[in-house]
Design a protein around this ligand. Sequence first.
Ligand code: GSH
Length: 297
Amino acid sequence: MRPAQPITLYGFKLSGHSHRAELMLRLLGLPFTFQPIDLAGGEQRSERFRQLNPFATVPVIDDAGTVVADSVAILVYLAQRYDPDRNWLPTDPAMAAQIQRWLSVAQGWLAFGPARARIILKFGGEYDLAAAQALAERLFKILEAELTARPFLVGDRATLADIAASVGARAKDFGLSVDFRQSNHEGELVTWIQDARDSAKAIIINPGGFSHTSVALLDALIFTELPVIEVHLSNIHRRESFRHRSFVSTAAQGVIMGLGPTGYLLAVEAAADILKAAKPQGAQSQGAQSKSKKRRA
Ligand SMILES: N[C@@H](CCC(=O)N[C@@H](CS)C(=O)NCC(=O)O)C(=O)O
C-alpha cells in the first residue's frame, strides 16, 4: 500500500528523533516532503505547531490528514500501515512484545542516556552529563551483550527495534547525510553500489553472508572508486572458518567488526575523516553523502 499523496514530515535535521521517522519512511520507500521546524527559534512552541503536537516536539507526520506525533508512534503507524508483510513489526504477540520492549528502551534509557549526553555535548543542553553518560554506558553494555549473541535485537532480521537505535544523527554531526538501504538480493546491492559512484562520497557496507561469496559485490565496489568501509556486527573471526574470508575486504579501506551497531557509528566517523583528508587544500566545506548498504552480519 502507498500513500495517495506524499507524507509531510515535520522535523529538524539534527534531531535523532526526526531521523528515526525519516529512516523508516526511506526504508519503506514512501514518498514524503520534509518540513523543517526551527527548534532554535522556538517554532515548535508556536500555536500552529502545537495544534499538530501539544507536546511541542518533532517529529510529527501528516499522512493525508492523519497526524501522528512522536518518533516511536510514527514507526509503529508506518509499519502497520505500509508494511503489509509486517516484517518491521510482526503480528506474532511474543515478537511484538519483544520489539515493544526495545521501543520502550528507546524512549527511556536511550533518550535519557546517550541522546541526552549528545544534547549536552553538542548543543549545550543543561542536564546532568555524568548521569547521562553513566546510563549510556549501562545501555551500551546490554546492547553489546545482546548483539554479540545475534545480529539483530529481535528475531533474525531488522525490525523496528533496530530502527529505534539508528545512527543517522551521528552522521549529521559530521555534516554528512546517510542513504540507508537494506536488501537480501545480491543483484540489487550491485546496482545500488554502481549508482553510488555518482550519488555518494563513501560506502559503508555490511555485506552479511555475501561477504564470503560475492565477487560481484567486490567488482562493483572496486568500480565505484569510492572509499569503502566494511562493517560486521559480529567478529567474523570468532565464527565458523568459512566466514573468516571476505571478498569485500579486498575493496575496503577499512573493516570494523564485532562491535554491534556501534560499528556503524565508527564507520560514519571514519568516512568523515577519510573525506576530510581527501578534500583538496582550500576547498569549501560542503555536505557529503555517504551510502550505507546494510545487510545482516
Ligand atoms: N518522545 C518524543 C521526543 C521528541 C523530542 O524530544 N524531540 C526534540 C528534538 S530531538 C524536540 O523537538 N525538542 C524541542 C524542544 O526541546 O523544545 C519522540 O520520540 O518523538
